[in-house]
Design a protein around this ligand. Structure first.
Ligand SMILES: Nc1ncnc2c1ncn2[C@@H]1O[C@H](COP(=O)(O)OP(=O)(O)OP(=O)(O)O)[C@@H](O)[C@H]1O
Ligand SMILES: [Mg+2]
Length: 268
């Protein structure tokens, strides 16, 4: 990861490559034939209907799950088990340990995952809390924080480990609309300052177009990647390109089949 004072990064060479990825749970096919490339320094978004397989694919990149077919590589080498090179931020507000302060949570993670202790860990933790904008909450416990501050704490802890890739599973999904918009802006700023590669799962078309360089649209279960849309030129929500890409994503996500499935669900 680059220093916090670096400028906006340019997209680099492929970092994570998925080739023909299939993932099954005890014979249930959750994801099939997924081909994708995440470039170094990219914000890559996964979007798709509820229950289609977004979390499953993210977990496979994290190393929690092994593909039943195909390969996922990191820098050309098959992805192994979980490790601090791939940190994850989830949707829930209970990701921080409740018995430590925000600073203590980051310091603990640095000790366990990176072997960094003492003042070096505290200095790095304080720098990360400043990066995400909660340095003044360093000595508070999670129960004393708002949902948005807890998510900032989780992002600080994840970034403190200097991951090759930051994996985010609907990180802003449980936030109110105003806090969510603020966190989206801040994530873009954090990305510009760090150059970290991000794979982010969302249900929000607006969030996908705003944050992503590329958006992989997934179909219903078993999930396939229907299309990978280049959204890198659309970070101004008022621009015609933003509106055009939002419509395009909507047309891929809301089809006659998906409407029929929703109606069927409503009458069952
Ligand atoms: N541990 C598991 N064992 C068996 N089936 C699972 C398991 N986890 C997920 N599934 C199934 O795999 C499919 C994909 O689930 P997944 O959680 O990846 O979807 P998702 O796209 O993340 O959904 P959501 O948008 O609701 O978070 C679903 O049918 C789900 O029921
Ligand atoms: Mg999910």
């Amino acid at each position: 990861m680059r220093g916090v004072s670096a400028g906006p990064p340019a997209l680099g060479e492929p970092l994570v490559t998925g080739t023909g990825v299939a993932i099954a749970y005890d014979g249930f096919r959750a994801v099939e034939s997924a081909d994708f490339v995440v470039r170094r320094g990219e914000k890559f978004v996964l979007i798709g209907p509820s229950g289609c397989g977004k979390t499953t694919l993210l977990k496979a990149i994290a190393g929690f799950l092994t593909p039943s077919q195909g390969t996922i590589t990191l820098d050309g080498k098959p992805i192994g088990e979980t490790g601090p090179d791939r940190t994850v931020v989830f949707q829930d507000f209970d990701q921080l340990f409740p018995w430590w302060t925000v600073l203590g949570n980051v310091v603990y993670a640095l000790g366990v995952a990176k072997g960094v202790h003492g003042s070096a860990a505290r200095d790095r933790a304080r720098a990360m809390l400043a990066l995400v904008g909660i340095e003044r909450a360093a000595d508070k416990y999670p129960h004393q924080l708002s949902g948005g501050m807890k998510q900032r704490g989780a992002i600080a802890r994840a970034l403190a480990l200097e991951p090759r890739i930051l994996l985010m599973d609907e990180p802003f999904g449980a936030l109110d609309a105003i806090t969510r918009s603020q966190l989206q802006l801040d994530l873009n700023r954090i990305w510009r300052q760090t150059g970290v590669t991000i794979v982010l799962v969302t249900h929000s078309i607006q969030e996908a177009v705003f944050l992503g360089h590329h958006v992989a649209v997934m179909s219903n279960s078993p999930a396939r990647i229907v299309e990978i849309v280049d959204t890198s030129a659309a970070d101004d929500m008022d621009s015609p390109e933003f509106v055009r890409l939002s419509h395009h994503l909507r047309s891929l996500l809301i089809t006659p089949e998906s409407e029929a499935r929703a109606l069927q669900g409503a009458v069952e």
